[in-house]
Design a protein around this ligand. Structure first.
Ligand SMILES: Nc1nc2c(c(=O)[nH]1)N[C@H]1C(S)=C(S)[C@@H](COP(=O)(O)OP(=O)(O)OC[C@H]3O[C@@H](n4cnc5c(=O)[nH]c(N)nc54)[C@H](O)[C@@H]3O)O[C@H]1N2
Ligand SMILES: Nc1nc2c(c(=O)[nH]1)N[C@H]1C(S)=C(S)[C@@H](COP(=O)(O)OP(=O)(O)OC[C@H]3O[C@@H](n4cnc5c(=O)[nH]c(N)nc54)[C@H](O)[C@@H]3O)O[C@H]1N2
Ligand code: SF4
Ligand SMILES: [Mo]
Length: 679
């Protein structure tokens, strides 16, 4: 039990719950029972006292007047946003009565939970909710919107989400940020890279947009969207041709290097240059730099995998460190994600055994719009938590057409009246993470952390765990798993003999120490979790799954004749759509922009600062043009996922395709085409 809650004044350790690799250790400064300031924990070895702008202003969000204080029921038309206060008893009774009726008439699969990591706390994001919906037998959600394609691609090469320890970045001499806007999205990786730079390291950024990360680079390499696999193969071509590969390493730790060597002969620098837009000389320069510098480190971002070919692209890039033997060098290798190291007992936490019907249908979250409109038997109820699909999900107009269905019973649990909540029948107020207890495992650094409750719940808000306890009671679910305390659940999750790195990490220790680094052995000390136990440059398993067993470049789909490839990326001051409803953060971000090359702007008669209409067959929006050389001709980039504001049209996901990527059922946000004109 947290003792912090009873102390009105003091400074208390905490964890950032946002979906961000850095997973910072925080200090919450409390006065008269309220948090007045949030700072980075100087004791936390990765955070080192520094946090981002977003969370430094977090008190504005947790005490925002607009926060939901009590449950609401809809009184207006769907989506109109008219609600009336109700009690928790009425809310739970309304929801469970509706669900009991649906289960009787249509079966439990007519109900779909839709959630993501608005709060990364394991109990709240994927604990009690899983137990509840497994027990109910509801449709299952395939949570593919973020890193699915790349994780599968990386896994084919490396056996799972296992990369370098980011703290070793300080030893690197060459750091490549590849498709990651790290200044905004992984700031402590940048801090570590800057330390390495003081010791002589060079920073290279490969991106479609010269944003703040590109501007910080020693060398920025602009590339055409969706072509990175070709560049990686071109680098391999030169590495083999110029004997810059580590033969001893390849023999000992990989399979398929002879096949790969033969195969990459077709990716000559001239052809690769035509595909990628990267000049031939630069391809040579980068290959030689990569082949001759050690330790070298590639931070693989999420940007490259939100494409039709995202899985294969990451599969391909992740072969590079093996060619040069970098996995053996401290400060060498790559990171796509590191969640494999902190794997905990998900079966004990989530209890998939409670699901009776093992054939229960699975719905890919990227096609929510289609699912709500066309799926048979139809979805009759949607329960949304920790996610804002009306803004973040592709084919946004289809999503909204689905949400407006009169016969869809929608419940939204959130801290704010999000654009999704506006379509709800019942809205439930959620606590912020500082108002509950949870444990956290980063997908980038190696620390496990605990959040103890620091402040009282805002208004009548409740945590996800508490709401699912109430819903279980209301449904008449009698299993004792719904009575487990937070402490019980954390202990169950950490009790996991399959992962020796967690051996000495317990609830009690976390309560004392707040953050504990897992005891992780060097990557190649044990066999990898690939079928061969080695790094697989050639993958028989990929062949079985219908992919090329060797890394290849597959072009993205040309989904229309519209002239521009559209990359709607995240922005600096929001986290996905979180903060898009908080004045301070909106003020810092100003307005939604569209970056366009000056050549394209000239042709279209668009001047810098003018509002432009961006459209395709899926939808349209209006953004402010930024004309310059930040993007290549033929490419346009927007920043941020903006909430609806009256009088504006800024739903960038109204333009994005809901095609599924090559692997993992992933999203293809960045592979769509649009047209642009002066408004
Ligand atoms: N400030 C802030 N931080 C965040 C988030 C946020 O919204 N705001 N979101 C969080 C979440 S959930 C995630 S998943 C991560 C995402 O953070 P990142 O891993 O940085 O991924 P993105 O920002 O989606 O894209 C990264 C970069 O890829 C570029 N890009 C797009 N297509 C291509 C391509 O084909 N090739 C290359 N080389 N580059 C390309 C984009 O221009 C962008 O600069 O950040 C997390 N942190
Ligand atoms: N165009 C485009 N679209 C994208 C992306 C992109 O780069 N471009 N990125 C994609 C990616 S990588 C991701 S991960 C998704 C993210 O999409 P989402 O997961 O929807 O992320 P957020 O927009 O941050 O919404 C999270 C919501 O959870 C709520 N929340 C926070 N804590 C809690 C809690 O404890 N309980 C409950 N019930 N609610 C809580 C927040 O208030 C917020 O409304 O977006 C995707 N969409
Ligand atoms: S959003 Fe990321 S960088 Fe900012 S405080 Fe949270 S974990 Fe740290
Ligand atoms: Mo994400």
């Amino acid at each position: 039990m947290s003792t912090y809650i009873n102390q009105p004044n003091g400074v208390f350790p905490s964890v950032c719950s946002l979906d961000c690799p850095d997973q910072c250790g925080l200090l919450l400064h409390k006065e008269n029972g309220k948090i007045v300031k949030i700072s980075g924990d100087p004791e936390h070895p990765v955070t080192q006292g520094h946090i981002c702008n977003k969370v430094r202003h977090m008190t504005e969000r947790i005490y925002d007047e607009k926060r939901l204080k009590y449950p609401l029921k809809r009184v207006g038309k769907k989506g109109e946003g008219k609600f009336e206060q109700i009690s928790w008893d009425e809310a739970i009774e309304t929801i469970t009565n509706q669900w009991k009726m649906l289960i009787k008439n249509d079966g439990p699969e007519s109900i779909l939970p839709y959630s993501f990591y608005g709060n990364m706390g394991r109990l709240n994001a994927e604990g009690m909710d899983r137990r509840f919906f497994y027990r109910m037998g509801a449709s299952l959600l395939d949570q593919t919107i973020c890193q699915a394609a790349g994780s599968v691609g990386y896994q084919y090469t490396m056996g799972g989400s296992f990369g370098m320890d980011p703290e070793d970045t300080i030893h690197s001499k060459l750091i490549i940020f590849w498709g990651i806007n790290a200044v905004s999205t992984n700031m402590h990786q940048v801090a570590l890279a800057q330390k390495a730079r003081k010791n002589g390291a060079e920073i290279v950024v490969i991106d479609v947009h010269k944003n703040q990360t590109g501007r910080l680079a020693d060398w920025f390499i602009p590339i055409l969207p969706g072509t990175d696999a070709a560049l990686a193969l071109g680098l391999m071509h030169i590495l083999f041709a110029e004997k810059l590969v580590d033969d001893a390493f390849l023999k000992e730790h990989t399979i398929g290097y002879d096949e790969l060597k033969e195969h990459v002969k077709t990716y000559d620098p001239v052809s690769v240059s035509e595909i990628t837009g990267v000049p031939v000389d630069d391809i040579y320069k980068l290959a030689r730099m990569y082949g001759k510098t050690s330790p070298s480190f590639i931070r693989i971002g999420n940007g490259i995998q939100h494409h039709d070919n995202g899985g294969m692209c990451i599969r391909t890039i992740s072969c590079l460190p093996a060619l040069t033997g970098q996995w053996k060098v401290k400060g060498g290798g790559a990171i796509k994600g590191n969640s494999g190291y902190l794997a905990f007992n998900t079966n004990a936490l989530q209890r998939p055994d409670l699901l009776e019907n093992k054939q229960t249908r699975v719905i890919n979250m990227n096609v929510l719009g289609q699912a709500l409109l066309d799926l048979e038997p139809s979805i009759k109820s949607l329960y949304v938590h920790g996610c804002n699909p009306a803004v973040v999900t592709p084919e946004g107009n289809k999503v909204r057409q689905g949400l407006v269905r009169e016969d869809l019973f929608t419940v939204v649990h959130d801290l704010f009246l999000t654009d999704t909540a506006k379509y709800a029948d019942i809205i439930l107020p959620a606590t912020s993470s500082f108002e509950n207890t949870d444990f956290y495992t980063s997908y980038w650094h190696h620390f496990i952390q605990i959040q103890q409750q620091v402040i009282e719940p805002y208004g009548e808000s409740k945590s996800n765990v508490d709401v699912f306890r109430l819903l279980a009671k209301g449904m008449g679910f009698e299993e004792s798993v719904f009575d487990d305390s937070e402490e019980d659940m954390i202990a169950q999750a950490l009790d996991f003999s399959n992962n020796p790195s967690l051996k000495n990490i317990t609830y009690e220790r976390l309560m004392k120490e707040n953050f504990i680094k897992a005891d992780i052995k060097p990557l190649l000390e044990n066999k990898l979790k690939t079928p061969s136990g080695k790094i697989e440059l050639y993958s028989e398993r990929m062949k079985k799954h219908g992919h090329s067993p060797l890394p290849i470049y597959n072009p993205i789909e040309k989904d229309s004749e519209y002239p521009y490839l559209f990359v709607p990326a995240p922005n600096h001051n929001y986290l996905n759509s979180t903060f898009s409803n908080n004045e301070k953060h909106v003020y810092l971000e100003k307005e939604p922009k569209l970056f366009i090359n000056q050549e394209d702007a000239l042709k279209k008669g668009i001047a810098d600062g003018e509002v432009v209409r961006v459209w395709n067959n899926r939808g349209d929006c209006e953004l402010k043009a930024v004309v310059g050389d930040q993007v290549l001709p033929g490419v346009v980039v927007s920043l941020g996922l903006w909430a609806d504001t009256p009088g504006t049209k800024q739903l960038v996901n109204s333009l994005t395709p809901d095609r599924i990527s090559d692997m993992g059922g992933g999203a293809t946000f960045f592979s769509g085409r649009v047209n642009v004109e002066k408004l």
